[in-house]
Design a protein around this ligand. Structure first.
Ligand SMILES: [Zn+2]
Length: 261
C-alpha cells in the first residue's frame, strides 16, 4: 500500500473540500428556489382574489343597469300618461290618432325596458352564484396555500440548517489547505461549475472523459512524486484512488466521486 505523502494529504483535503462544496451548491440551489415557490403561492391566491373581484364588479355593473332600466320604465310610463291625458283635450280625430300613436310607442318602450330589466334580474342571480363560488374557491385556495407555505417554510428551515452545517464543514476543510492551493482550487471551481477535482478512471479524466496519458498516470502513482497533476483538457486537478486503499480518505473520495456522476 502506498504511503500517504504530502501531496496525497493536500489532495485528500481538496477531495474533502470538494465533497462539502458539491453539497453546498446543492443546498444553495434548493434555497434559491424558495422565493420563487412562495411567489407562485402568492400568485395562486391573487388569481383567486381577482376572479372574485371580477364577479363582484360584474354584479355591480348589473345593479347599475337595473337602476337605469327601472328609470327607463318610469320615464316611459310618465310619457304615456301625459299623452293619454292630452287625448281628452284634442279637438280633431287626426290629433287624437297622432297622440294615440305616441301612447302606443311609449307602451312599447315600457315593455322593452321591462324586458331588459327582467333579463338583468335573471342575470343578477347568476352573478350572485358566481360570487359565492368565487368566495368558496378563494377560501379553498387560501387554505391549500397556507399548508403549502408551511411546508415550504419548513423545507427552507431544514435547508438553512444544512447550509449552516456545511459552511462550518467547509471552514474545517479549508483550514488544512494552504492559501495558494485554495486559490487554485477556487479558480478551477469557478471555471467548471463547482467541480475542481476529477478522479482518474480507466485512464480517463472522470470529469471530461479525455484520456490521461500513461506517463502521467505513472507519475501520479510514483511514491516520491511531489507534484499535483491536471487534466490536459479540462484542467481539473486529477486524483487517483489506488485499488485496495481502505482508509477513511478513500471512502470520502468515493463519496465525493459518486456526487459527480
Ligand atoms: Zn478532464
Amino acid at each position: 500500500m502506498l504511503e500517504w505523502r504530502a501531496v496525497d494529504k493536500a489532495l485528500q483535503n481538496l477531495i474533502d473540500l470538494q465533497h462539502v462544496d458539491i453539497r453546498l451548491a446543492d443546498v444553495r440551489a434548493r434555497l434559491a428556489k424558495f422565493p420563487q415557490k412562495l411567489a407562485a403561492s402568492d400568485a395562486r391566491i391573487a388569481a383567486a382574489k381577482a376572479t372574485l373581484d371580477a364577479s363582484k364588479a360584474a354584479q355591480l355593473a348589473n345593479v347599475k343597469d337595473r337602476k337605469k332600466y327601472e328609470l327607463d320604465v318610469e320615464s316611459w310610463k310618465d310619457r304615456a300618461r301625459k299623452y293619454r291625458d292630452q287625448t281628452s283635450q284634442v279637438k280633431t280625430n287626426e290629433a287624437y290618432r297622432a297622440l294615440q300613436h305616441e301612447v302606443d310607442g311609449a307602451e312599447q318602450e315600457i315593455a322593452s325596458a321591462e324586458d331588459r330589466l327582467l333579463e338583468q334580474m335573471v342575470a343578477s342571480e347568476e352573478y350572485d352564484r358566481k360570487i359565492k363560488a368565487s368566495e368558496a374557491a378563494l377560501k379553498e385556495v387560501e387554505q391549500l396555500e397556507r399548508v403549502q407555505r408551511s411546508t415550504i417554510e419548513a423545507d427552507r428551515a431544514v435547508a438553512e440548517k444544512e447550509l449552516a452545517g456545511l459552511e462550518s464543514d467547509r471552514a474545517r476543510a479549508t483550514a488544512g489547505i494552504p492559501e495558494n492551493l485554495l486559490d487554485h482550487y477556487d479558480r478551477i471551481v469557478k471555471k467548471h461549475h463547482g467541480v475542481a477535482l476529477a478522479e482518474v478512471r480507466d485512464e480517463k479524466c472522470g470529469a471530461c472523459g479525455m484520456i490521461v496519458r500513461p506517463h502521467v498516470i505513472q507519475e501520479m502513482r510514483r511514491a516520491d512524486s511531489s507534484q499535483m497533476f491536471h487534466c490536459e483538457t479540462c484542467t481539473r486537478i486529477l486524483y487517483f484512488i489506488e485499488p485496495g486503499v481502505s482508509s477513511a480518505s478513500a471512502a470520502s473520495a468515493a463519496a465525493s466521486t459518486s456526487h459527480e456522476s
